[in-house]
Design a binder for this molecule. Sequence first.
Ligand SMILES: *[C@@H]1O[C@H](CO)[C@@H](O)[C@H](O)[C@H]1NC(C)=O
Ligand SMILES: CC(=O)N[C@H]1CO[C@H](CO)[C@@H](O)[C@@H]1O
Length: 268
Amino acid sequence: MIFKPFFLLVLPLLGIASPSSFVPAAPANLHVHNHGKDTAIPRGKITKINGVDTYVTLPRATFQRNTALVFLTDIFGLPLLENKLLVDQWADAGFATYAPDYLNGDAITDVGDIPTWILRHGEAQTTPPLLAVLDGLRGRGVTKLAVTGYCFGGLYTTRLAQNNSITVGSMSHPSLLTIPDDFEVILQQSHVPIEINNSDEDTTLTPELALEIDAVLGGGAYKPGYARREFAGVGHGFAVSADPADPVQVAAKKGAFDTTLKFFRAHL
Ligand SMILES: *[C@@H]1O[C@H](CO)[C@@H](O)[C@H](O)[C@H]1NC(C)=O
Ligand SMILES: CC(=O)N[C@H]1CO[C@H](CO)[C@@H](O)[C@@H]1O
């Protein structure tokens, strides 16, 4: 039997007229801090890049100075231990990894507040700090940018891909996307390879919606590259947070990481 710790919160649509395939904001993944079981200490540091607080972890070994991995967090942002540890894991995989505080110091603390929180975190508020950090990295000689976005960060991975501002993009359980429209835009104007990790119990990016993305980008239609991997027995947030006592969750989180890593290596 699989213990399902994910409490899904259905959001009001905030009075905005939406297409039927509109994916609501991140259902809250209350499974934070691995139930207190994760005791690892993050090894990165928060530094300012182009004026924006950014959690940075560098590989311990030598690494490609012209390549950066930008980590776009979920709504729990940099305060969430798992996010920092995942940044560290990316650095251990060989990438200088940067997680900008694109939530402007205002990560969510109470998931009951999502409807009001999301109003303070539209693209107008979120995009400027994100682009400032990308500019800052380019100013430091970075020419190749890989972006991995989780949940809320999936929207911005998509926007950066649409704008051809990055080299390669991956998203795990993305939210706030308009499907299939956002991917039609990618098909029409992007040259950024895209990879998606989703799961069969996610009520945000449901398996049915994921198939709608496949219908646009799959089957070789999107020449720059498209892959999607669906994980079974886990819900929204699975790529960020896994209960160490649940082997299904642990395997799915590792699977999402490994799939994204392989895709990045193939496209950088
Ligand atoms: C993408 O480009 C549009 C149109 O220029 C702009 O409004 C938006 O801020 C850009 N978003 C990102 C994430 O680059
Ligand atoms: C398009 C694609 O990559 N599909 C994969 C989705 O995930 C399942 C299970 O992990 C794979 O079997 C598919 O090949």
